[in-house]
Write a protein that binds this ligand. Structure first.
Ligand SMILES: [Zn+2]
Ligand SMILES: [Zn+2]
Length: 370
C-alpha cells in the first residue's frame, strides 16, 4: 500500500465515478421494491441518454474536437448544455484530451487513454489518476469561442442543473414526490453512468474489438456492434485514419446516428461545411493496407514454397493479387492527384476489387495454414 501513488489520485472524479456506479446498482432495484414502475422513468432514461450521448459524439467529439463541420449558435449551445450533463468535463478539456489521443495513439506517455496500458486503464483508469496534467495547449481555436469558454467556466453547475435537477423536476411534474426520486435516479444517475460507459467503450473496446481495414498499425478497430452502443463511433479504424470526416461509418448503410443527425442539421440550415474524405482516398487507404498484408503473406509463402506445394500455389496466387493491387493503386493515385471526378461505375469497380482482393488474401492464408 505504501507504494500506491495516493498523491496522484484524482479524488473528486474517482469518488464521483464510483459513487454514481454503485448508487445506480443499488438504487434502481431498491426503487422498484418500494415504488411502482412508470413509463415516464424509461422515457426519461432513454430521452436523456440520447440527448446527452449525442451531445458528446456530435458536439464534443465531431464538432469541437475535430471541427468536422460548422454549427450554428443554437446547435453549439444545445450540445454544450447537454454535453455538460454527461458529466465528462468541459468541451475544452475533453477536446484537448482527445486531440492528444489522436496525435499520440497507442503511445504510453502521451496518449491519455492508451490501450497499450490495458482495457481498464483505457476505459476508466486514466480518469482516476492525474498522470497527464492538462496543458490545454492544443485548443487555441476553441478558446476563441465565447460559448465554449462560458461552458468551461460553468460546466459543473450546468451538469447538476441539466443532468440531475431537470430530470428530477420532470419526474416530479408527472408523479409528485416519488417521481422526483424516480426522475433523478433514471433520467439522472443511471443515465449518466450509461452515457459515460458508452463513451469509455470508445477508448477501450473500440481499440480491441473489430477489424482494421484502413490501417493495421493503429489499435483502433471498426465494429458494427460497438457502433450500436456508441451512437455510431464504433467505426474507429476509419475514424483514426480520417479524423476530420464528419462520418465515422463512411458507408451509407453503416449504423451512425451521429452522422445522420449532422446531415439532417445541414438540411435544416443549422450546420454547414461538412467535411468528407473523397471516396478514392478511402479506397486507396484500403488498397494500401491490403498491399502490406499481401507482401507479408508473400514473404511467408516464398520462404516455404520449395518444401511445400500449398505454399507454392499460394505464392503464385498472391503474386497475381499483388500485381493487380499495384495497378489499382497507381490508377487511384493518379485520379487523386489530378482530382478528377470519378464515375460511380468506376468507384463501384474499385470497391469490388478491394473485396475481391480481400477474399483472395483470406483464401491464400487459409490454404497455407491448412
Ligand atoms: Zn481512439
Ligand atoms: Zn476522434
Amino acid at each position: 500500500m505504501k507504494s500506491f501513488p495516493f498523491q496522484q489520485v484524482n479524488w473528486l472524479s474517482s469518488i464521483f465515478l464510483i459513487a454514481t456506479f454503485f448508487g445506480t446498482l443499488i438504487g434502481v432495484p431498491l426503487f422498484f421494491i418500494f415504488a411502482e414502475f412508470e413509463w415516464t422513468y424509461l422515457a426519461l432514461f432513454f430521452g436523456f441518454f440520447i440527448l446527452t450521448g449525442m451531445s458528446i459524439t456530435l458536439g464534443y467529439h465531431r464538432l469541437f474536437a475535430h471541427r468536422s463541420f460548422q454549427a450554428s449558435k443554437p446547435v453549439r449551445f444545445f450540445t454544450l448544455i447537454f454535453g455538460a450533463a454527461a458529466f465528462e468535463d468541459s468541451a475544452l478539456d475533453w477536446a484537448s484530451d482527445h486531440r492528444d489521443h489522436h496525435k499520440h495513439t497507442d503511445h504510453d506517455d502521451d496518449d491519455p487513454y492508451s490501450i497499450s496500458k490495458g482495457f481498464f486503464w483505457a476505459h476508466i483508469g486514466w480518469i482516476f489518476f492525474k498522470l497527464y496534467p492538462r496543458q490545454l495547449n492544443n485548443v487555441a481555436d476553441l478558446k476563441k469561442d465565447p460559448l465554449v469558454m462560458w461552458q468551461h467556466r460553468h460546466h459543473r453547475t450546468i451538469a447538476l442543473l441539466v443532468g440531475l435537477a431537470l430530470p428530477a423536476l420532470i419526474g416530479f411534474a408527472f408523479h409528485g414526490a416519488i417521481g422526483l426520486l424516480g426522475g433523478f435516479l433514471f433520467g439522472g444517475l443511471a443515465r449518466l453512468v450509461a452515457v459515460q460507459h458508452s463513451t469509455f467503450c470508445i477508448n477501450s473496446l473500440c481499440h480491441m474489438i473489430g477489424k482494421r481495414p484502413y490501417d493495421k498499425q493503429s489499435s483502433a478497430r471498426d465494429s458494427g456492434i460497438m457502433a450500436i452502443f456508441t451512437f455510431g463511433e464504433g467505426y474507429h479504424n476509419y475514424h483514426h485514419s480520417f479524423q476530420h470526416d464528419y462520418r465515422n461509418g463512411v458507408k451509407p448503410w453503416q449504423w451512425d446516428p451521429t452522422k445522420w443527425t449532422i446531415w439532417s442539421l445541414e438540411k435544416l440550415g443549422l450546420a454547414s461545411g461538412l467535411r468528407r474524405v473523397p471516396e478514392e482516398k478511402v479506397i486507396m487507404a484500403q488498397v494500401r493496407q491490403l498491399r502490406k498484408e499481401t507482401e507479408a503473406h508473400l514473404n511467408t509463402a516464398e520462404q516455404h514454397q520449395d518444401s511445400c506445394p500449398k505454399h507454392r500455389d499460394a505464392y503464385q496466387r498472391l503474386k497475381d493479387v499483388s500485381r493487380h493491387l499495384a495497378e489499382e493503386f497507381r490508377e487511384l493515385e493518379e485520379a487523386a492527384a489530378k482530382r478528377v471526378k470519378l464515375s460511380g461505375q468506376k468507384l463501384r469497380h474499385w470497391r469490388m476489387e478491394v473485396e475481391h482482393a480481400r477474399t483472395l488474401l483470406a483464401l491464400s492464408s487459409a490454404a497455407m495454414l491448412a
